[in-house]
Design a protein around this ligand. Structure first.
Ligand SMILES: NC(=O)C1=CN([C@@H]2O[C@H](COP(=O)(O)OP(=O)(O)OC[C@H]3O[C@@H](n4cnc5c(N)ncnc54)[C@H](O)[C@@H]3O)[C@@H](O)[C@H]2O)C=CC1
Ligand SMILES: CC(C)CC(=O)C(=O)O
Length: 326
């Protein structure tokens, strides 16, 4: 029996780049695609951005490919990350030969805590003048992320990773995060370098080769990986994996791109590279490598979308990727 992949296009360019990624998955494997809905359009139609049926379908799946949601993104993607039990958001940010980049030497992987921090949702409007937000950090989630980071660097033959935090100010929350991560790494014999997140933002722009595998709290990982996208050529290039113990959800790092949505010009690379991460997760390592090689070849030789200085549309780029698969 073929494996099931849940597919949620969502809104905006999610409806353009997810079909591109699905066509690539169809070309390399025998999968059954289960369509599910979430996002602004569903909310408008039904009143709910994330129908219970979608949540349950994702929670019961082996893997989900997600596009993007618009204004309802927080109501959709945050619960879906919880639905797959995701303890880490893996966000590779690398430059590609042939693609103009501010820092062509960039080759980073962000391992972002995925369910806590300021995204845990404890926010209140207390008066006309005052709103508050409770930041959640647990030792258990921080340790789980660190265990993943240790396994990750070990598999990659690397000695250690950087821990980015702001524990000099957020002593209780980032202090707990930092201590838990460093303790797990010490125990595993993995080297760590601590970097304050504001200093990281500057240093990564000046010389990204100082960094490699970057372990960080939720909001820091969100912001700093978008910053890294700016170093390598834009958000159209960054895939991600929301990894749980035995379920995972894959999505481009970008949002719905309302400025270009509906024009057929979105860069499908991030979504296709997210599909390659999904293939790895399902155990199709050779197929994943085939897809990555085809994307790299198209990025190097063209055709390219407008964000990368080209004039090709989403379909033309996708067809070129399909043509270059082995
Ligand atoms: N995971 C999710 O579902 C996310 C959803 N969003 C939502 O998306 C909407 C727009 O957010 P923005 O801050 O504008 O971020 P965005 O990522 O949608 O767009 C930022 C800029 O990058 C460009 N861009 C993004 N992806 C591209 C692609 N594949 N090809 C070419 N250009 C691309 C856009 O055209 C825009 O100029 C908001 O409603 C936000 O809530 C934002 C981030 C993540
Ligand atoms: C709620 C999301 C829109 C936040 C985000 O950009 C992300 O976590 O990737």
């Amino acid at each position: 029996m073929s494996e099931e992949i849940v597919v949620i296009e969502g809104d905006g360019i999610g409806r353009e780049v997810v079909p591109a990624a699905v066509s690539v998955l169809e070309a390399v494997g025998d999968f059954e695609f289960v369509a599910a809905e979430a996002g602004d359009a569903v909310k408008e139609a039904t009143g709910e951005a994330l129908p219970q049926e979608t949540y349950d379908t994702v929670a019961d799946a082996d893997a989900t490919l997600f596009g993007a949601a618009g204004e309802t993104a927080a109501d959709v993607i945050l619960p879906l990350r919880t639905a797959v039990g995701s303890f880490v958001n893996v966000r590779p940010a690398r430059a590609y030969p042939g693609v103009e980049a501010v820092r062509p030497e960039t080759d980073l992987v962000f391992l972002r805590e995925n369910t806590e921090g300021v995204y845990a949702g404890h926010e209140d409007r207390l008066s006309d003048d005052l709103s508050t937000l409770t930041r959640v950090v647990t030792t258990s989630a921080s340790e789980r992320l660190a265990e993943y980071a240790c396994e990750y660097v070990d598999e990659q033959g690397k000695k250690g990773f950087q821990v980015v935090h702001k524990a000099n100010v957020m002593r209780e929350t980032d202090g707990r995060f930092r201590d838990a991560v460093v303790d797990v790494a010490d125990e595993a014999g993995v080297e760590t370098e601590e970097v304050l997140m504001d200093a990281f933002a500057t240093r990564v722009c000046l010389d990204p080769t100082q960094f490699d595998v970057v372990v960080c709290p939720n909001l820091a990982g969100d912001v700093l990986s978008d910053l890294a996208a700016g170093l390598v050529g834009g958000l159209g290039l960054l895939p991600s994996a929301n990894v749980g113990p035995d379920n995972a959800l894959f999505e481009p790092v970008h949002g719905t791109a309302p400025d270009i949505a509906g024009e057929g010009v979105a860069n499908p690379s991030a979504a296709i590279l997210s599909a390659a991460m999904l293939l790895d997760h399902l155990g199709y390592g050779d197929e994943a490598e085939n897809v990555r090689t085809a994307v790299e070849s198209v990025l190097e030789d063209g055709p390219r979308t407008a964000d990368l200085g080209g004039d090709a549309g989403t379909e033309e780029v996708t067809t070129a990727v399909l043509d270059r698969l082995d």
